[in-house]
Design a protein around this ligand. Structure first.
Ligand SMILES: [Zn+2]
Ligand SMILES: [Zn+2]
Length: 364
């Protein structure tokens, strides 16, 4: 499932150095910053997502391996929204001082009012977010699963052209064939005229006389698709997996958006998770606590024998090494922690009562 997409977004090769990635990012972020006339919030967001993954060696390795990354629900990859705090604004001034690709404030100002042609607008497809539920015990190993996603894909009748078979191409009447239209855009300093891509023909200048009856001329159709994916071992509640290119196909043949799968883990009666450790509770009898014993403890890998030392106190925690949750990066593993509860019976037999009294006499 390894993917190339983030590399394509930044326009770098798969073996690009951190320095190359940073340079490509700065250049693109500068062009597509939403505050600018050449800005494109959607594209800016993608550039940022790609950079956040590829600039982080760990995330990059994970992406190279799985073609996806795993983030907490509050992370920048979370489907809920885009976290601007992760954006490296400092990079701008840094690049300027270093004599980088652009000339600072005047340059940005110039671009802002230049009102130039906004170029090839890429209407990247919409991202799709879905939720899945998993059992706790399935999260300790790689979990292959399938999801059904309603997404827009290429129309299989017109193959994206939007024209009915045999229909003639005609000049677009909206833009007169230029593919561009004049548009009034409001900026912080008033309204300026800008040239934008014609919506009617998507910048092609030509249209089909008759629209494809299968997709209504859109070039895309809605379909319900089964997508296979592997949830990495160690996934935590609320984490999101991103599958690039599995969102809606873009307008006019533009690339597809991403699919974000947020994992919700059903609570388990036996186990709770704390970081990479798994915690369970075991009840022992008073005599086991006083004299010690060996008990069977259920872990996510089955039952394990554990020694209870003599003199164990209620609430004491014992550790079974390496039976906890695997780290999602696959580097380490947590432990299984057993919390001991001494089971004090609410009723005693006469013999038990006699012995308890005897213990009292002995100072226990
Ligand atoms: Zn079609
Ligand atoms: Zn047009």
């Amino acid at each position: 499932m390894a993917s190339q997409e983030y590399y394509d977004i930044l326009g770098v090769s798969k073996d690009a150095s951190q320095e190359e990635i940073k340079r490509a990012y700065r250049k693109l972020a500068h062009s597509y910053h939403p505050d600018k006339s050449t800005g494109d919030a959607e594209k800016f967001k993608k550039i940022n997502s790609a950079y956040q993954v590829l600039s982080n060696p760990e995330k990059r390795a994970q992406y190279d391996r799985f073609g996806s990354t795993f983030e907490g629900s509050s992370g920048a990859q979370g489907a809920g929204g885009f976290d601007f705090s992760g954006f490296d604004f400092g990079g701008f001034s840094g690049a300027r001082q270093a004599g980088g690709g652009f000339g600072g404030f005047e340059d940005m100002f110039g671009d802002f009012f230049g009102g130039g042609f906004s170029g090839s607008r890429e209407d990247r497809g919409r991202d799709i977010q879905i939720d899945i539920e998993m059992n706790f015990t399935d999260t300790t190993k790689e979990f292959p699963t399938k999801v059904f996603v309603e997404r827009r894909v290429l129309c299989d009748v017109c193959f994206g052209s939007g024209g009915e078979k045999g229909s003639k191409e005609i000049t677009c009447s909206t833009c007169g064939g230029s593919g561009k239209v004049r548009q009034r855009v409001r900026t912080i300093l008033g309204t300026v005229e800008q040239i934008a891509v014609c919506d009617s023909c998507k910048g092609k200048g030509k249209k089909y006389e008759k629209k494809c009856s299968h997709c209504g001329g859109d070039g895309r159709i809605r379909t319900k698709e089964e997508i296979s994916l592997t949830i990495p071992a160690g996934i935590d509640n609320g984490q999101t997996i991103s599958l690039s290119g599995k969102g809606d196909m873009g307008d006019g043949g533009a690339s597809a958006g991403n699919l974000y799968v947020t994992v919700h883990i059903r609570p388990d009666k036996r186990f709770t998770r704390q970081g990479l450790d798994i915690i369970s509770q075991e009840s022992i009898t008073l005599s086991q606590a006083l004299l010690g014993d060996s008990i069977q403890v259920e872990t996510v890998e089955g039952f394990v024998k554990m020694k209870i030392p003599a003199g164990t106190k209620s609430g004491e925690i014992f550790r079974i090494k390496q039976k906890g949750m695997p780290d999602i990066q696959g580097r380490s593993r947590g432990h299984h922690l057993v919390k001991i509860v001494i089971d004090i019976p609410s009723r005693l037999s006469s013999e038990q009562k006699r012995l308890a009294k005897h213990l009292r006499e002995l100072g226990l």
